[in-house]
Design a protein around this ligand. Sequence first.
Ligand code: ZN
Length: 689
Amino acid sequence: MQQQPAEEQCNSTPQGVQALLDWQGAHGLPDFSAFSDADFAPAFAQALAEAEHEIAALTAIEEEPTVENFLIPFELSGQKLDRLCSIFFLRAGAHGNEQIRRLERRFAPELARFSSRLMMNKALFAKIEALYQRLDALKADDETRRVVVESRKGFIRSGAALPAAAQQRLSAINERLAMLGAQFGQNVLQDTSDWLLLLQKEDLSGLPEDVIAVMRAAAAEHGQPDAYAVTLTRAIIVPFLTFSARRDLREQALKAFLARGARGGASDNAEIMRETLALRAEKAKLLGFPTYAAFKLDNSMAKSAGNVMDLLLPVWAKARQKAANERDALREFAAQSGHNDRLEAWDWRFYAEKLKAKLYAFDEAQLKPYLQLDNILAAAFYVAGRLFGLEFTEIAHVPLWHETARLWQVRKDGREIGLFIGDYFARSSKQSGAWMSALQSSHKLRGGAKPIVYNICNFAPGAKGQPALLSLDEARTVFHEFGHALHGLLSDVRWPSISGTAVARDFVELPSQLYEHWLTAPEIMARFALSAKTGKAMPPEFLQKIQAAKNFTSGYDTVQYTASALMDMELHENADIADVAAFEKALLARLHMPEGIAMMHRPAHFKHIFDGDGYAAGYYSYMWSEVMDIDAFTAFEASGDVFNPELADKLYRHIYAAGGKAPPAELYQAFRGRMPQPAAMIKDRGLDG
Ligand SMILES: [Zn+2]
């Protein structure tokens, strides 16, 4: 075992370790003021030992396994480790530091080793298998049956049925993959936070006031209070590319953004990607699948790579066609304003925004003053009230991991059902992107547990004393992540392993993407899109303009997304990719990637698929879920009431509260009465013309 750096051993206290493992804070939360970073390592060791002990006790049971003597204790095992990990990985993502990063590189392989020991444990597998064989005799209810079936499948997919030598190799692969995933994410974070372009007043041409304010704050954070900083966080880079009139600076910034993870040197991800893909392919073969994509998709709603391609390829063809039309229009427009060069990737957003403003008498900057973060949050809560009878009450003065994180108690029909935490502002200790996760998932075994879920975003805080303002995309992100949060909060299942968001990856984006639709419902905009300056509601014609302009660059947007989804599938369908950058280039050529469009997720910084395997051979999930969310919202619209109580009740029972109670296709059909077709999604994106 490696020698621990000295500072991890000192400063730890028994009380701190205790606070991480037994949550004694207010409202059932961990007391974030009662432990320090130094407590993570000893708490981790203790929790791991306890989990091992519980597993040993379970395998030692001599009686025939039953739900009571085996399944329940098995489902409840490892609770302290879960608690510790939920806090640790929250911190690693949302508020890390050098010590946390070092610990993450240490914990990741240890956890992988533990998971291998657990999931390849023959004695444990034999007990699950025995339960599985006796499901009828035990007269198990549907939910319990589902847990046993899924659990058995999980064991098999983890190698429990393999011979010892193969198990050993698989275990080594998992451990190495965990390490590589953690390193990949850390490299992207480093390349994102390292890069900074300091500008002076004269360089700011074209930029809206609120963007300038955010850039000024970013410069101040870097000790340059008189300058303006372009950084690679999306809250700055995206508006900068959209509005800056300085073509040279846009080029510089976009190139830096696209080079993340591919700059050479210590943070370069080329070798990590190569090794990750090779190990994943080997792992799939060990488990009896021809490719890693086949292995991953076997556990999804889509079932096979063929079915994924049947969705993506027709969309790709239509999106390329529309993007080509968009480019022609942009070129013509750019030429009128004296731009006669090629339309490059750093020009697209800039000219698109200008042309959109001209055609629709509307630009994004007009919208922002009406989209105050606090109001958008209030809107998300309000919609949850109308649809599901939820109420959110903010609780102040409870210590969390950062002073800007906020806590709400959630009630349904007057009864407390859980806690929601929102951490919305970008900072250098936070990973990029937006996500939902849980400190605690809900279940009903032996006293049960209430859900404690959180959303992390990377919005720019408001300038001094001013409210934080969002772009329309960012407001959608609030609703999106909140939709995931509801999936966790409303979960009404008995078993932890099928609780809330523990569903197939290509189904999990349905509750989140569906929720986005309510943001732009006229009633919601009228009530919550209020000017930060005057308090007046957004003029109703803005909403019509948003709708009219919605698909103005849908070719471009769909090309960007679908290129990444196809890239992900192809990377995981091929066994031996020696050079991922060369593969990327060749694939884009083969797909006829339209000129002048850059993938915002290039492999070298594609955390979805390389920082852990969550979305590996699974990035298509967003579009797969979109087919369902468009179809689902259409049901509300067609009823003439976007809050239709009857539909809302079905949505609650079969989707938001259902967790993984039943296979996703069954859940969807229970809600809608049938399966959806992609045509409505293609039409909604304006790609059917
Ligand atoms: Zn999502």
